[in-house]
Design a protein around this ligand. Structure first.
Ligand code: ATR
Length: 275
């Protein structure tokens, strides 16, 4: 059976096996998908082993996305720009393709919720790996403009500079946003992990505003609670992005695009049961 794995450290909370098993069942694909925790520093040797034993593909999560980027023989444009790889595929000629499906997962989830991206004003909060991975696919949707705001201002400026040839994008520090309003606000900070909020003005949320928190949890995320309180129209969390990036990986490997909606509904139910 064709072998696929997801690797990370830690990995035991990964939902990827459940998601890919559901996709395989739905599309009638015969494939094995399991998860492995790799010790820090062992990524390349683990991959060498896996691919030499005819492994077909790998999903990569924290903290190995940069290692996977280094490991790949060929990179997609979006992986190159993201500087990180979450999907590896052994190609027919034996070379390893590195791709990054995170941004497309986010875009597809937003479009599935009828969030209009073309011509929109997007605020991206955070300038770490999570933010960097989604900028290019978002710019490809032709927003009116995109503002990156970050606690450490220099990182936002640097990221905007990195992507400026792909669309209208600027970087700011937290205190520089002023009175701007946005159609879509995306939280790509790790602040929610510790229950914190970025210190940005609540005036960014007009009543037509949609909010996307890349985090997800069984309860409404702290960021989405805050955005709702301050007037956001629609608040989504990152579970849809998780399922969406998995669907993109599945497509890269199997050349079949699975239906994400039923799988997302099942994952939401599972998450609710964990409450
Ligand atoms: P990830 O790969 O999840 O993006 P990261 O690369 O460590 O993780 O980036 C974390 C992001 O969350 C950064 O933009 C960070 O801001 P700094 O660059 O100033 O560190 C942001 N972040 C983390 N905690 C935050 C907080 N309490 N308030 C605002 N931003 C925060």
């Amino acid at each position: 059976m064709d072998k696929y794995i997801v690797v990370g450290n830690p990995i035991k909370h990964s939902k990827s096996p459940q998601i890919h098993h559901a996709f395989a069942q739905q599309t009638g694909q015969s494939m094995d998908y399991s998860m492995f925790e790799i010790a820090l520093g062992n990524f390349a040797s683990y991959m060498d082993n896996f691919f030499s034993e005819k492994g077909c593909g790998v999903n990569i999560t924290v903290p190995f996305k940069q290692d996977a980027y280094q490991y790949a023989d060929v990179l997609s444009t979006r992986a190159q720009l993201a500087g990180a790889v979450n999907t590896l595929k052994r190609q027919e000629d034996g070379t390893i393709l590195g791709d990054n499906t995170d941004g497309e997962g986010l875009v597809k989830d937003l479009l599935a919720h009828e969030v209009c991206l073309k011509g929109s004003r997007i605020l991206l909060i955070g300038a770490g790996g999570a933010a960097r991975g989604v900028i290019y696919p978002l710019l490809q949707q032709l927003p009116k403009n995109m503002v990156i705001v970050n606690r450490t201002r220099e990182k936002a400026l640097k990221l905007a500079q990195h992507f400026h040839t792909y669309g209208p994008i600027v970087g700011f520090g937290h205190d520089e946003i002023g009175a701007q309003e946005f159609d879509l606000v995306i939280n790509a900070t790790s602040a929610s992990l510790s229950g914190n909020l970025p210190s940005i003005p609540t005036s960014i949320f007009p009543s037509s505003c949609c909010v996307y928190d890349m985090m997800y949890s069984s309860n409404t995320t702290v960021f989405n609670q805050w955005a709702t309180k301050h007037g956001a129209r629609l608040c989504l969390d990152g579970l849809g992005m998780l399922v969406g990036q998995a669907a993109e990986s599945f497509f890269i490997w199997r050349n079949i695009y699975p239906e994400t909606k039923p799988v997302l509904m099942d994952m939401r139910k599972l998450l609710d049961q964990e409450k």
